[in-house]
Design a protein around this ligand. Structure first.
Ligand code: LHQ
Length: 263
């Protein structure tokens, strides 16, 4: 499989669909898949035709995290996993979080290790009812990465975060949704259609304002209330100058459907 085939990429209706495509390995990350996925998110940053991203996986898994065959300590020397994180995972996670466009994730099956934590870093995560989330790190003596310690403790609190991370027990999609780790659990057969429709709806929306909203909500984690009020003022000023705001108000007053351009 060539590097580019490890992630399938398709742009339709403003939605860039990125499909992890190593189904025989439950879409575990090797270097080629990292490079291809990063290229997809870099395109999302730079291409104005992309107004939303949909991330999913081919086959029966979403992603089993790092391809352990690629980081096998038996293959000579002590591996520097920090280097792997620095080179591949952290830039990917920063690309997802810093992208001022919505990222929808459709978890089509098991999401383990970094695979789970990448799903939790996306903006709206849906999962097939049969999907499971596993902090598999504990089974091999590692620490949750890909922002997992950050997102788990913020999304579900320290007690649940620690129990998941220390035991590596699988969490089903319904429970993940009821805990607030993901947005919704969806019937397996409907997942891709629902996720695609959601991403298309967002892509047709006022994506400039959506991007600023993403920035504001993420900043809230580190801001005091007063700082957040100031940030909201600044971002509202920027949003108020957008063509989409003018269009939104005009459409409302003229009782018609708005046509947002993401500007
Ligand atoms: C795999 C993998 C896999 C290779 C399934 N690698 N082949 C960052 C930086 C550097 C290093 C380390 O890690 C990290 C971050 C991380 O992500 S650490 C966590 C790595 N992931 C795991 O430990 C999960 C390992 N996989 C599993 O525990 C199971 O495969 C799960 C629970 C995900 C699914 O179980 P099953 O549904 O029973 O499927 P399976 O185990 O039979 O897997 C199917 C195939 O996929 C199988 O290959 P085969 O040739 O035998 O059919 C697996 O070997 C392969 N596979 N995960 N991570």
């Amino acid at each position: 499989m060539s590097e580019s085939e490890t992630v399938l990429s398709a742009l339709e209706d403003g939605v860039l669909r990125l499909t992890l495509n190593r189904p025989d390995k439950l879409n575990a990350f090797n270097e080629a898949m990292h490079v291809a996925l990063r290229a997809g998110f870099e395109r999302a940053h730079s291409d104005d035709h992309v107004r939303a991203v949909l991330l999913t996986g081919a086959g029966r898994g979403f992603s089993a995290g790092q391809d352990l065959g690629d980081r096998d300590p038996r293959k000579g020397g002590t591996p520097d996993l920090g280097q792997t994180i620095e080179t591949f995972y952290n830039p990917l996670l920063r690309l997802i979080r810093n992208l001022e466009k919505p990222v929808v994730c459709a978890v089509n099956g098991v999401a383990a290790g970094a695979g789970a934590n990448i799903a939790f870093a996306c903006d709206i995560t849906l999962a097939a009812r049969s999907a499971r989330f596993i902090q598999a790190f504990a089974k091999i003596g590692l620490v949750p990465d890909s922002g997992g310690t950050w997102s788990l403790s913020r999304l579900i609190g320290e007690a649940r975060a620690k129990a998941l991370a220390l035991t590596a027990e699988p969490l089903d999609a319904e429970t993940a949704a009821s805990w607030g780790l993901i947005w919704r659990a969806i019937d397996d057969a409907a997942l891709l259609d629902e996720a695609t429709a959601l991403a298309a709806r967002l892509a047709a929306g006022p994506t400039k304002g959506i991007g600023l909203t993403k920035r504001a909500i993420q900043a809230a984690a580190n801001n005091a209330f007063d700082e957040q009020l100031d940030l909201e003022r600044d971002l509202q000023r920027e949003a108020g100058r957008s063509a989409d705001y003018a269009e939104g108000v005009a459409a409302f007053l003229e009782k018609r459907k708005p046509e947002f351009k993401g500007r």
